[in-house]
Design a binder for this molecule. Structure first.
Ligand code: ARG
Length: 472
């Protein structure tokens, strides 16, 4: 990755290797190896150029540099942008990071004037602003992708507002719910996830540029100008904090980790639902893979990988938290280690979000299997107990007991609750009447749960309408 750049502002370890083989060369190479970050921070190139442009314009406006120098610098930066976009920019290890790579190239393109760009600026505030801009974009993308998933869920929920399925607790059949209701639970989770990214964005949206190395600048810079130019709400208010803080990234990573946790739960349900034992949904070939030995297999790999990605994302949050822990103010090189985990986490999250949106749109429920399962496992037992309370004015605890006896009787006879005859019911509780059968179907059970946020299709539709409006 090294190039023969003469006139470099930094020592070239290639040169040292020529004469220092016995001791100097090795440490020098190791020094470069541990120090170099261009391999990963080149991803900040667009942010770095944006920051440099805003800074150069501000320096011109403030008369810190002349307009002709400023224009030259801006012209050079435009050329660099072009080179990077077309893949001809020479990224070089000996210039360590994206900031110095850009500056070294600027010097090659426009000469000594390039050196004026770094007036009233340090790599410390430069990297702080670049990274903040990157994380801000990542947070925006994540929030937008979450909304894409929500829309996909809403479309399925709307189609399946009445589709019955078992609701589970302990993964045991509990009470019937609708598939739409189940999917809407994730719409709520992803809604909170998106709002966490928006909250994090609002807090991070202060511009550290102009903090310079750590103490601010003696030049008459206008930090409000650069902040506005880069879309920040205001400049950061303490120069030490500006160059030392990465909690904006920690917060975004926390939001990412929580989002990934939610994604993994839905992914796990998709894995379960696609098994022949559940048989609740089908994915098309688009989101499944085959087995090299078992011809019958159709594996939900995308769901499994989403379920696993949370490890990487959590790991990134842990990594950066530990990097930041105990660091004295202000900048320390430790902070260079902020980028890889953050990039990795958001790459994993982005893929997961996109794949999940794809799978949600792709899946088709097997409504027959779901409806059958909705009635299994005495799932309407609570409805029987509630009927005893309402119709016979029984205290709920007694009703619970009577229902338990009915379940036991049905289980012994190998029947569902609704298959018990009236005589069999009356043998348990003589006051039970014919009316009881109306509450024992899964459809009646679900429809009866009209409390706000309940699974009754009318309630589910109301929540779908509310979300559609919110996302419009
Ligand atoms: N590559 C560095 C980083 O990512 C840039 C800042 C370096 N600052 C310094 N004083 N060495 O943190």
């Amino acid at each position: 990755m090294t190039d023969n750049a003469s006139d470099t502002p930094k020592a070239n370890s290639q040169g040292q290797a020529m004469w220092g083989g016995r001791f100097s060369a090795k440490p020098a190479e190791l020094m470069q190896a541990i120090n170099v970050s261009i391999g990963f921070d080149k991803r900040l190139w667009a942010q770095d150029l944006a920051g440099s442009r805003a800074h150069a314009r501000m320096l011109m406006n403030q008369g810190v540099i002349t307009s002709s120098d400023g224009e030259e610098i801006l012209g050079g930066l435009a050329k660099i942008e072009d080179e990077i976009a077309t893949g001809t920019f020479p990224f070089r290890d000996e210039y360590e990071d994206i900031h110095m790579n850009v500056e070294a190239r600027l010097r090659e393109l426009i000469g000594a004037t390039a050196g004026r760009l770094h007036t009233a600026r340090s790599r410390n505030d430069q990297v702080a602003v670049d990274f903040r801009l990157w994380v801000r974009d990542a947070a925006d993308r994540s929030a937008a992708q979450l909304e894409t998933i929500q829309r996909a869920l809403l479309a399925q929920a709307e189609t399946h507002a009445d589709t019955l399925m078992p609701g589970f607790t302990h993964l045991q059949p509990a009470q019937p719910v609708t598939f739409g209701h189940h999917l809407m639970a994730y719409v709520e989770m992803f809604g909170r996830d998106a709002s966490r990214f928006r909250d994090a964005r609002a807090r991070m949206n202060e511009c550290p540029l102009g903090a310079a190395a750590l103490a601010g600048s003696p030049f008459p810079i206008d930090r409000h100008q650069t902040a506005a130019a880069l879309g920040f709400d205001r400049p950061t208010a303490n120069s030490l904090d500006s160059v030392s803080s990465r909690d904006f990234a920690l917060e975004a990573l926390s939001a990412a980790a929580i989002t990934a946790t939610h994604l993994s739960r839905l992914a796990e349900e998709i894995v379960l639902w696609t098994t022949p034992m559940f048989g609740f949904i089908k994915l098309t070939d688009a989101f499944t893979t085959g087995s090299s030995i078992m011809p019958q297999k159709k594996n939900p790999d995308a769901a499994e990988l989403i379920r696993a990605k949370v490890g990487r994302i959590m790991g990134s949050l842990t990594t950066l938290t530990i990097v930041m822990k105990g660091l004295p103010l202000a900048y320390s090189k430790d902070m260079q280690e902020d980028k890889v985990p953050t990039f990795e986490a958001f790459d994993a999250l982005e893929l997961s979000l996109l794949a999940m949106a794809g799978m949600i749109a792709d899946l088709t429920p097997n409504t027959e299997n779901m409806a059958k399962a909705a009635g299994a496992g005495f799932s309407t037992a609570t409805d029987l107990a509630d009927w005893l309370v309402r119709s016979l004015n029984m205290p709920f605890r007694d009703a619970h007991h009577v229902t338990g006896s009915a379940v036991k009787a049905a289980e012994t006879l190998g029947l569902d609750l609704s298959d018990l005859t009236l005589e069999q019911f009356q043998a348990i509780e003589p006051r039970i009447t014919d009316d009881v059968y109306a509450v024992l179907t899964p459809a009646a059970s679900a429809a009866s749960r009209m409390s706000y946020g309940g699974t009754a299709p009318a309630q589910v539709r109301a929540q779908i309408a509310r979300w559609k409006e919110a996302l419009a």
